[in-house]
Design a protein. Structure first.
Lengths: 484, 484
C-alpha cells in the first residue's frame, strides 16, 4: 500500500498560486477617516461612508497608495501610471455597500517576483499583480438568537491583494513564499504580518498534473488557512486528495474548498456553477488613479534595504551560507541585531551559529521577539572573544550565555562571578591528569598500546574533575604526551 | 402680490431693505401650500417647524448684517438629497423611515447661508422616471393641468416652483430629471457640468451621470442658486477642482455674434408640432438678438437613449445593492438571510426600480459585459466627441427640451419605452457631461408650457445662462403663472 501511494505521488506535480491579502498599517480606512485600530467595541469605528449609507462617496486614502506602491517596488513590480478602481458586486451582511471597491482591469502594480530559499537554492516566484481594496466587516453569530450581529469596524480597512503566478510547486515552497512576503511587508512597515489576527490572509489555487505535462490540471481554490503551518498542511492534504481522485479514475471539479484545521481536511464550499458573478465594472465614484513618476521615485527612495538584498550582502560580505543568510534576514530586527554583533567584533559565522542556535532557542521557549531580548549584540561578541582567547570553553559558554540571557549581564561578569574561567595552567592540568592515570592504571596501559577510543574516557574524567574548566586543547596535548 | 410668488432676487431686496421678515415670506409659502398642495402633491414631507426655526436664525443674520444671497430664502429640496435629521425617502418604501445623520454638500452650502428648508419634494422612486408616477407615495400634478404629469423625476420640485409653493428648488438630473419637468411645468431648470456640484449626499442613481441643479422661476435665480451650490468638494472625488465664477455676473451681457448650434439630428420628426414651432420661433428670436444660428451635426444622437439605459441601469444595479434590510430602512423578515433579502427588496422597491436593477444586472453579467456595458461606454465616448466637435463651431447648442408637452397621468405608465423616449433630447448632455438649461419658450394651444434647451461646453454654464437670460428678457413666457 505504502509503496503504491509513494509511487502515485511521484507521478504528479502540484501547481500552486497564492492570493495573499495584507491589511495595510494606515491610521485610517481606505475611503473614509475612521480609525483602523483592532479590537474596539463593535461599530464604534464607523461613519456614514463605511457603513454604506445612502448618498455617501469614497475618498481615496493617499497613504494606502504609497504603501501599495512601496510593496510593488519591493517585489520588483511595474507601478502603473494609470490604474482604476472597480466594484465587485455581491450581497452579504458584512458588506454594507453591496459591493467591494477593488481593482480589476487596471491594477496598481504588475509583473514582479520574490525570491525564496529552499534547501540552500534560490527560486523566483512571479507576482502577477498587486491591487488595493477595502475589507468587509464581520458577522457575529453569538448572542443574537436567531439573528446575527454585524460589526463594521473592519469594513473599509485597506487591504492589498498580492497575486502570485502559478510558480509554486510544493506546500513547503508555498509556506516559504508566504514567509518571504510577510518578511517584505514587515520590512516596509506596511503590514504587521499577523496571520492569526487576520492581517495577513491567504487563499490558494491548487491543481496537480502528471509530471512532464505542460497544461495545468483543474484547480481548486482553498480558503481559510490562517497560519503558515495550515497553509502547508492544507496544501498537502489537498494535493493528496486530488492525486487520489485522479488515480481512482475520477475527475477534479473546479470548486472552492474550505480548510478545516481541526479535522485536518478540506471541504467543498461551492462549485463553479454556484460561483458568484461579481459583475465587475469601473467604480464611477472615483477618478482613475494617476501615479506620477515623482510619487514612484519618492517611494523608491524611501525603501529600506530589503531582505533579498540583505541576504545577498550577508552571503558575499560575511561569507555566510544562503541558509544562514535567509534565516537571519527574515526579520529586519534580527538582521540588525546580527550586524551589530558582527560590528562589535564577533566572527560572522560564529555570531550566526549562536543566534540561530542558542539565542533563537531561548527566545522561542518564551515566545519572545528579539526586541525583548536582554542580551545586547555587543555582549554576544564579547562572549565570543572570551572563547577565542581561551578564557572559557565552548561548552562553558553555553551556560554563560544562558545566564547572560536571563540577567542581561556581560559575559566577563558572569564568568568572574561563577568562577567559570578556563584553566590553561599546564601544571594544574598535569596534576589532575596524573591523579586520574593513577586511579585507572589498566585503562592507561590499554591506551598506551593503541586503544585510541580510551582517549575520550580520559578527557571526560579530567574535565569532570576540573568542572569543565580545563582548556580542551591543552588537555588533549598533555594527555597525548603522558599516554603515548 | 403674495411673497411666495416672488423670485429669489426680489425676496432678497425686500429682506435686505427690512421691508419683510423671513418668517413672513415663509407664512406666504406655507399659506400657498395649505391652499393648493392637496391638488398638486409636490411634497413628500413639509418641514414647517424646521422652516420657522431656520427663519428665526436667518432673521438674526439679517439684523446682524451677516446676510448673503440665500439667507432667509425658502427653498424646496428633492427628497433624494440627504438632509440631516430630516426624513429622506427617495420616494421609496425601502427608505420610508430613513433619517440621515449627515447633510448633503449642496444643501449644507445653503444651510451655511441660512436658507429656509420648506420641505422635501416628490420624485420618481430613486429618480427613475419621467413623470413622478413611480413615486411610492403619490403622483405629483402639473400645476398647468392637474390631470397631467409634471414630468420627472424632479416633478415635485418643478411643480412646487410653478405653483408658488416655494421660491426656488433643488433637483437632480441623470438623464433630464431637472430639465424635462422644468419644461413641462414652465420653469427654469439647469443641469450643471458633471463635476460642477458635489454629489455628496445625493442618493445615487447613476453615479457617472447624476448632477444636482436648480429649478427656479427665472434665469437670474438659476444663476444665484447655482453659484451657491457649486464648487469642488473634498468629499466627492468626481467634483472638479475648478474655479466657480459668480454666474449672475454675465446676465445682461449681449449675445450678439454668438454662434448658436442647431443639431440637425434633433429636428427630424418624432417631435410634437407645437413644440417644433415654439423652438423654431425661439431660434428666430435669438437671431433677432444678434446671435447666428448654425446647423451642426451630432451624428451619434440615435444611440443616446440605448446607451443611457445600459450605463445608467448598470450603475443603478450596483448603487441600489446597499438597500438590503440589514442596516437601515425597510426590512421584511424571512426564515433565513436569503429570504429576508428577497422579501425586503421585492416589497421595498417599486416596479420601475426593479426593472432597472434587472436590466443593469444583466448588462454587467459575465458573458454580456462586453456586448452591453463596454459597448455602452464606447458609444458614450462617441457621443461626447460629437459635442466636442460641434463646440469647435458654435458657442451653445439649442434643442427642444422634451419632444412633447405634459402628458396625461397614466398615458405612458404602461409603456416604459414611450416613457424613456420623453428624455430623448436631454440624455445626451448627461452622457457628454456638458451643462444644459431649459427655459420656457411658449405654450401649446391647450395652454401647456414648452421648454427650450440650451446646451453649453464643459464648465461653460456662463454661456448658457447668458443666452437663456437674453432670451427670457426678450419674451414674456416666464411671467405667466398657472391659475389654480
Ligand atoms: Zn468610516
Amino acid at each position: 500500500m505504502r509503496t503504491e501511494t509513494m509511487a502515485a505521488s511521484d507521478k504528479y506535480e502540484a501547481v500552486i498560486g497564492l492570493e495573499v491579502h495584507a491589511q495595510m498599517l494606515t491610521e485610517t480606512k481606505l475611503f473614509c477617516g475612521c480609525s483602523t485600530k483592532f479590537g474596539a467595541e463593535p461599530n464604534t469605528q464607523t461613519c456614514p461612508v463605511c457603513t454604506g449609507m445612502p448618498g455617501v462617496l469614497p475618498v481615496l486614502n493617499r497613504k494606502a497608495v504609497e504603501f501599495a506602491v512601496k510593496t510593488g517596488l519591493a517585489t520588483r513590480c511595474r507601478v502603473s501610471p494609470y490604474s482604476r478602481f472597480a466594484r465587485k458586486n455581491y450581497f452579504y451582511p458584512d458588506l454594507p455597500k453591496g459591493y467591494q471597491i477593488s481593482q480589476y482591469e487596471l491594477p496598481l502594480c504588475e509583473g514582479g517576483y520574490v525570491e525564496i530559499v529552499l534547501d540552500g537554492a534560490v527560486k523566483r516566484i512571479g507576482i502577477t499583480r498587486i491591487h488595493m481594496e477595502d475589507d468587509a466587516g464581520k458577522n457575529i453569530h453569538e448572542g443574537a438568537g436567531n439573528y446575527s450581529f454585524v460589526d463594521l469596524n473592519r469594513a473599509g480597512v485597506p487591504l492589498m491583494e498580492i497575486v502570485s503566478e502559478p510558480d509554486i510547486r510544493s506546500p513547503r515552497e508555498a509556506a516559504e513564499y508566504m514567509r518571504k512576503l510577510r518578511s517584505i511587508v514587515r520590512y516596509l512597515g506596511v503590514c504587521d504580518g499577523n496571520m492569526e489576527q487576520g492581517s495577513l490572509r491567504c487563499d490558494a489555487n491548487v491543481s496537480v498534473r502528471p509530471v512532464g505535462q505542460k497544461e495545468f490540471g483543474v484547480k481548486a481554490e482553498l480558503k481559510n488557512m490562517n497560519s503558515f503551518r495550515f497553509v502547508e498542511k492544507a496544501l498537502e492534504y489537498e494535493i493528496k486528495r486530488q492525486i487520489q481522485v485522479l488515480e481512482e479514475g475520477g475527475k477534479i471539479v473546479q470548486e472552492t474548498r474550505l480548510w478545516d484545521s481541526a479535522a485536518g481536511v478540506t471541504h467543498s464550499m461551492r462549485s463553479k456553477e454556484e460561483a458568484h458573478d461579481y459583475r465587475y465594472f469601473p467604480e464611477p465614484d472615483l477618478v482613475p488613479l494617476v501615479t506620477g513618476q515623482e510619487t514612484i521615485e519618492a517611494a523608491a527612495s524611501s525603501l529600506p534595504e530589503l531582505p533579498d538584498a540583505l541576504r545577498g550582502r550577508f552571503v558575499s560580505g560575511y561569507g555566510l551560507p544562503e541558509y544562514d543568510a535567509d534565516l537571519l534576514t527574515s526579520e529586519k530586527s534580527v538582521a540588525g541585531w546580527y550586524e551589530e554583533a558582527v560590528k562589535a567584533g564577533g566572527q560572522p559565522k560564529a555570531v550566526s551559529n549562536w543566534m540561530m542556535g542558542e539565542l533563537m532557542r531561548l527566545l522561542n521557549e518564551e515566545g519572545k521577539s528579539i526586541e525583548e531580548c536582554l542580551v545586547r549584540p555587543a555582549q554576544l561578541a564579547g562572549m565570543l572573544q572570551l572563547i577565542d582567547q581561551g578564557t572559557i570553553s565552548g561548552k562553558i559558554a553555553k551556560a554563560v550565555f544562558e545566564e547572560m540571557y536571563r540577567t542581561g549581564r556581560g559575559a566577563g561578569d558572569v564568568v568572574k562571578e561563577k568562577g567559570l574561567v578556563q584553566i590553561s595552567d599546564e601544571g594544574a592540568i598535569e596534576a589532575v591528569i596524573d591523579e586520574i592515570i593513577a586511579k585507572n592504571p589498566a585503562e592507561a596501559d590499554r591506551l598506551r598500546v593503541g586503544e585510541e577510543k580510551l582517549m575520550g574516557f580520559f578527557v571526560g574524567q579530567v574535565m569532570k574533575a576540573m568542572k569543565g574548566k580545563a582548556n580542551p586543547q591543552l588537555l588533549n596535548e598533555l594527555l597525548k604526551k603522558k599516554l603515548r | 402680490m403674495k411673497l411666495n410668488e416672488l423670485t429669489i432676487a426680489e425676496v432678497r431686496r425686500l429682506l435686505d431693505n427690512r421691508e419683510v421678515r423671513p418668517r413672513e415670506v415663509l407664512d406666504d409659502v406655507y399659506g400657498r401650500i395649505d391652499e393648493v398642495e392637496d391638488r398638486i402633491k409636490a411634497y413628500i414631507t413639509v418641514t414647517r417647524e424646521n422652516g420657522y426655526a431656520m427663519a428665526a436664525d436667518a432673521e438674526q443674520a439679517i439684523l446682524g448684517n451677516r446676510a448673503s444671497l440665500l439667507t432667509g430664502i425658502p427653498v424646496a429640496v428633492k427628497d433624494n438629497l440627504c438632509t440631516k435629521g430630516v426624513l429622506t425617502t427617495c420616494a421609496s418604501k425601502i427608505l420610508h423611515n430613513f433619517i440621515p445623520p449627515y447633510e448633503s454638500t449642496a444643501t449644507g452650502k445653503l444651510k451655511e447661508q441660512r436658507y429656509l428648508l420648506v420641505g422635501k419634494t416628490n420624485l420618481d422612486e430613486f429618480a427613475m422616471g419621467s413623470s413622478t408616477e413611480n413615486s411610492r407615495f403619490h403622483t405629483t400634478r402639473n400645476p398647468w393641468d392637474v390631470e397631467r404629469v409634471p414630468g420627472g423625476s424632479s416633478g415635485g420640485s418643478a411643480a412646487a416652483v410653478a405653483a408658488g409653493e416655494c421660491i426656488a428648488a433643488l433637483g437632480s438630473d441623470t438623464g433630464g430629471s431637472i430639465r424635462q419637468p422644468a419644461s413641462l411645468c414652465g420653469v427654469v431648470g439647469l443641469k450643471p457640468t458633471y463635476g460642477r456640484v458635489s454629489r455628496y449626499g445625493l442618493v445615487a442613481y447613476a453615479s457617472s451621470l447624476d448632477q444636482i441643479g436648480p429649478l427656479t422661476k427665472t434665469v437670474e435665480d438659476s444663476a444665484i442658486l447655482l453659484s451657491a451650490i457649486a464648487g469642488h468638494d473634498p468629499f466627492d472625488s468626481t467634483s472638479a477642482p475648478v474655479e466657480v465664477p459668480d454666474f449672475a455676473r454675465v446676465l445682461g451681457q449681449e449675445i450678439k455674434g454668438m454662434r448658436i448650434g442647431v443639431p440637425k439630428e434633433y429636428f427630424t420628426g418624432g417631435m410634437d408640432r407645437e413644440v417644433a414651432d415654439a423652438v423654431y420661433a425661439a431660434i428666430r428670436k435669438l437671431e433677432s438678438l444678434g446671435a447666428m444660428p448654425v446647423e451642426v451635426s451630432l451624428p451619434h444622437t440615435g444611440y443616446a437613449v440605448a446607451t443611457y439605459y445600459i450605463l445608467a441601469t448598470s450603475e443603478a444595479s450596483s448603487n441600489l445593492a446597499r438597500y438590503d434590510g440589514v442596516k437601515y430602512g425597510f426590512r421584511a423578515e424571512g426564515k433565513d438571510l436569503m429570504e429576508m433579502y428577497r422579501n425586503t427588496r421585492a416589497q421595498g422597491f417599486g416596479a420601475e426600480v426593479k426593472r432597472r436593477i434587472m436590466l443593469g444586472t444583466y448588462a454587467l453579467s459575465s458573458g454580456y459585459y462586453e456586448a452591453y456595458y463596454k459597448k455602452g461606454q464606447q458609444a458614450r465616448t462617441l457621443i461626447r466627441q460629437d459635442f466636442e466637435k460641434a463646440f469647435e463651431q458654435v458657442d451653445v447648442i439649442v434643442t427642444p427640451t422634451s419632444p412633447g408637452a405634459a402628458f396625461r397621468i397614466g398615458e405612458k405608465a404602461t409603456d416604459p419605452l414611450q416613457m424613456y423616449l420623453s428624455d430623448i433630447f436631454t440624455i445626451s448632455a448627461n452622457l457628454a457631461g456638458v451643462p444644459a438649461i431649459s427655459v420656457p419658450c411658449g405654450f401649446t394651444a391647450g395652454g401647456l408650457p414648452v421648454g427650450l434647451q440650451i446646451i453649453g461646453k464643459h464648465f461653460d454654464e456662463e454661456a448658457i445662462l447668458k443666452v437663456a437670460y437674453a432670451y427670457e428678457q426678450s419674451t414674456e413666457w416666464h411671467a405667466r403663472r398657472p391659475s389654480l
